[in-house]
Design a protein around this ligand. Structure first.
Ligand code: GLC
Length: 430
């Protein structure tokens, strides 16, 4: 199917999707009380089979999807996520609420821990967007008043602890903090030359084991200057979220917070342009270390700044060319996580369970299609949405899909894939 062939998502497909969203959030719902912290929890886990805990960016996607079916549940998702926020403002990328029932599963994870039940890693910070969605769908000012203090403490933590060079961009210190765990972007730093899961694990330990020696002190980990990456996708999301946060504060009449987050957005936005834009390739690349060395690997991350409203039209057009190129990103089922022309592109999972090395994911489709809409390109956005529905109808609501054949892979009934409903709703609004 080519862009422009369909005018909108069929009502029957929308209703089918809505049913699936309901079914999955019901199936994957985790409700209970955790004795280790004395808090109740109520959230959707990514998948009961492989990921029964609460993941940070997954939960933000879940909350946005839930605003279309159950606003109370959407709120509960976010409040559960923030229950174990640390005194310094940090929020773990995984809260292991029910860890005691899953010891065997945990043994297979490579994750850094802050405590037995909380990880010591961040994930892409789309919390402000999730809060905005809940507020807009009936959460109201009271909800904002209740949640914004915690939300701003997280963004303040990011700015204070993970902006080591003062340029406003957030640095991640290990690959899984980007959410794009096994992306080939990291192969060189991690010295991965094959596609074996064991090599990735070795690479992960080569980065993270030295951190234990300094008790995972943030400044000491950054000073090692080995894996200190300004990831383009994560920072695009960060900039967008600073802007959203600024707007939310304005809506409750807090002018000084509004200005504070807008200023941070401007700083990070300028640095993204200065450090990450590559004029030669017409793409944005991550940079590593205090020397800001470019990581020139063409992945979905490089396209992400089209989300930004103020991206200039010339740069947008250059990125659009990559997106619409059938040899790069315009696959039968767009948008693959690595350019198909890149030597590391693999349409299926490789090396056991190495992810983000080629397959199509719903969360990046959601961001990129919204970026296309913001720049007035409805046809390709609609094409991405209808092919995404087609993927689900053929292969179920999976973790990721082969962009060439549409075959589903990874976890089944994977919760964040339900974010597609948000894109479909905005397309239907016209
Ligand atoms: C995988 C993904 C990560 C996600 C997690 C739970 O590790 O790479 O981004 O948060 O699964 O779904």
């Amino acid at each position: 199917m080519e862009p422009g062939e369909v005018e909108n998502i069929a009502e029957a497909d929308f209703l089918w999707l809505k049913e699936e969203v309901n079914r999955i959030h019901h199936k994957n719902r985790q409700v209970g009380r955790a004795d280790w912290c004395g808090f109740d929890f109520d959230f959707t886990c990514p998948s009961t089979g492989t990921y029964p805990f609460q993941w940070f960016w997954d939960s933000c996607f879940h909350a946005i999807a839930l605003t279309h079916i159950d606003i109370a549940k959407a709120k509960a998702e976010l409040f559960s996520l923030l229950k174990n926020q640390q005194p310094d403002g940090f929020v773990s990328h995984v809260t292991f609420w029910q860890r005691d029932f899953y010891e065997e599963m945990i043994a297979t994870y490579d994750i850094a821990f802050r405590s037995r039940y909380l990880s010591d890693e961040l994930q892409p910070p789309l919390l402000a967007e999730a809060v905005q969605a809940v507020a807009e769908h009936g959460g109201g000012t009271e909800f904002l008043g209740e949640i914004l203090p915690s939300v701003s403490r997280l963004y303040d933590w990011l700015h204070t602890v993970r902006n080591p060079y003062g340029d406003g961009l957030i640095r991640v210190i290990q690959p899984d903090e980007t959410g794009l765990d096994h992306s080939p972007k990291w192969d060189e730093i991690m010295e991965i030359t094959d596609e074996d899961h064991a090599s990735w694990v070795r690479g992960w330990h080569s980065i993270c084991d030295p951190y234990d020696a300094v008790n995972r002190d943030p400044n000491a980990m950054i000073a090692m200057n080995h894996f200190v990456v300004a990831d383009v996708m994560l920072n695009t999301i960060y900039i967008e979220n600073l802007r959203v946060l600024a707007k939310l504060f304005l809506s409750i009449g807090d002018e000084s917070s509004h200005l504070k987050y807008l200023e941070r957005a401007v700083l990070a936005r300028n640095s993204l342009e200065r450090l990450c834009w590559d004029e030669e390739d017409g793409l944005y690349y991550d940079v590593n270390g205090k020397e800001n060395r470019k990581i020139r690997v063409n992945t979905v991350s490089s396209l992400m700044p089209i989300l930004l409203e103020d991206l200039d039209e010339e740069k947008f057009e250059r990125i659009l060319k990559h997106i619409l190129d059938p040899s790069e990103y315009w696959a039968e089922f767009p948008i693959p996580s690595v350019a198909m022309s890149h030597p590391t592109f693999r349409p299926n999972t490789v090396g056991g369970n190495l992810v983000w090395r080629g397959p199509t994911w719903m969360c990046s489709n959601w961001y990129l299609a919204r970026g296309l809409l913001r720049h007035g390109r409805r046809d390709p956005a609609l094409h991405i949405a209808s092919q995404s529905i087609e993927l689900m109808k053929r292969s179920g609501v999976r973790e990721y899909y082969n962009p060439l054949t549409g075959q589903g892979h990874g976890a089944e009934d994977f919760s964040w894939s339900t974010i597609l409903i948000d894109l479909v709703v905005s397309l239907k609004k016209g």
